[in-house]
Design a protein around this ligand. Sequence first.
Ligand code: HEC
Length: 168
Amino acid sequence: MTMSLRSLRHVAVAAGAVSLLALASHAQAQRFSAAELAAMDQKLIASVKRGYDLWYGARADMANNGLACANCHPDAAATNPHTFPKFMPMFNKVVPYRDMVNWCIETPQGGKALAANSEDMTALEAYSFYLHNGVKVETGLQARQTAGPTPANARGFAWKGTGIGFDK
Ligand code: HEC
């Protein structure tokens, strides 16, 4: 009697473990519902759009000369997010992407640097990184830095406050 109870318990424990495992892998596969995933995607796209607006000059304090990122980096061109962190001679050290963003805000644009952990900085990163989706990450490759954008497109673009302007 005792034996059979014990073995029954073993069977029950084993069965429980198996169903727990099954539940866990099920939960893993369906950790988020389609609706939850869509809501998360929306948040990402909202940040990308905010980045787009900033890229086109939505924040006046980011420049004192009317320039915006898009003048020199239309569609995030020549920003190479996939090559950061990398050694930049001008800093004489390895820097993250956001240090270059702030360098461009302060130097060519004569504006006020963004706090590194601000939502605006994240949005600028979101915009540029999003446009580089699928590009191979090749961190540290200084060689991948372009010769340097020039304000050839300066003051030519129409700032559109909505839309991202790429294929999503
Ligand atoms: C007047 C033109 C101009 C504007 C406006 C400008 N940049 Fe730049 N940007 C440059 C130049 C020039 C470089 C190259 C600097 C160097 O390495 O000597 C550069 C480099 C960069 C890089 C590094 C690219 C690499 O591969 O190393 C990033 C990132 C960047 N800019 C982001 C931005 C962002 C974001 C803005 C807007 C906040 C902005 N830039 C505005 C001219 C500009």
